[in-house]
Design a protein around this ligand. Structure first.
Ligand code: G3H
Ligand code: ZN
Length: 294
């Protein structure tokens, strides 16, 4: 049994959740770790570092596994690495071969039957490559990327009749052989610029948690009201994903650098000194999110 599933099951039993934070670069990685260590320097707050296919391409698949694993061995800090939203078998396989702890198979754009077939096939092959790889399946399309949105994209499933139904979730979990399930429960990827993100459907989360006997994962945590995140965790979400809010924080850190730090420090040229401002911005968001989950 993998260490990560043990941590997730612990969270499931305690009705807390593990934070999953997407990173694009080393600075964001540092920010996530510092944010987690603020809560628990001795490592009682596990975190999952997530990389989408594009993030992996930018930062490097094997490189990221290398530094996460090295840090885990050296510090004994429970930090894990997830290949987020793998859209193809090849992408998931690359992550498993490279040593990721978990993969998300994202066939959420397919019909339920097609999604079950494709997820089942990929799960079986991946587990053949590495028996204890943790596989997450995804139901219901909640949007394609972590960005600022003018409005809810039309194809996103957030209404009561389009979000995941408990019986479908049960069938999906049983037939695919996945270890974790991420349903659509009113959540979406990205943050609405001018409105609050939709409320999560707590009743549905409870029904799904009741029907399914594997841990549940909430995607699209950015922009969701704090009370909704806390309530969703109590209702059965054991992992919560955040990305856009970290991207916004990193960008704000860079704006502060350009508008304030550089004019006041014209001779400072060492990135490891000035980029700490952007790292700090990410760290603060991560600590706030983890407080909500624990
Ligand atoms: O997999 C990534 C997450 O679901 C992030 O979603 O950008 O809305 O926080 P978010
Ligand atoms: Zn996601």
């Amino acid at each position: 049994m993998s260490l990560l599933i043990k941590e997730i099951e612990k969270a499931q039993n305690n009705k807390t959740a593990i934070g999953h934070f997407n990173i694009s670069n080393l600075e964001m990685f540092k920010g996530v770790l510092a944010g987690a260590m603020n809560l628990s320097p001795e490592g009682k707050t596990p975190v999952i570092i997530g990389l989408s296919e594009s993030e992996r391409k930018y930062i490097g698949t094997e490189e990221t596994v290398g530094f996460v694993q090295k840090l885990r061995t050296e510090t004994n800090y429970p930090v894990f690495i997830n290949a987020d939203h793998c859209k193809t078998y090849e992408s998931a396989e690359e992550a498993v071969q490279a040593g990721f702890d978990s993969v998300v198979i994202d066939n959420s754009k397919l019909s339920l039957n097609e999604n079950i077939e494709a997820t089942k096939r990929t799960t079986a092959i991946l587990k053949g490559i590495k028996f204890d790889i943790l596989v997450e399946g995804e139901m219901g399309f909640i949007g394609g990327s972590s960005k600022l949105l003018d409005q809810i994209p039309s194809e996103v499933q957030v209404t009561e009749d389009t979000i995941t139904k408990a019986l479908d979730a049960k069938r999906f979990a049983e037939e695919t052989g996945i270890d974790m399930l991420s349903p659509a429960v009113g959540n979406l990827h990205g943050v609405l610029k001018n409105f609050l993100n939709p409320r999560l459907n707590m009743e549905r989360i409870k029904e799904i948690a009741e029907a399914v006997n594997i841990p549940l994962v909430l995607h699209g945590g950015s922009g969701v009201a704090k009370e909704d995140i806390q309530e969703a965790v109590k209702s059965g979400m054991s992992v919560v994903h955040f990305s856009t809010d970290l991207r916004v924080a990193f960008r704000k850190g860079l704006i502060e650098l350009v508008e304030d730090y550089f004019p006041n420090n014209p001779n400072e040229v060492a990135p490891y000194k000035y980029l700490t401002i952007a790292v700090k911005a990410v760290e603060e968001v991560v600590t706030q999110k983890l407080e909500l989950l624990n």
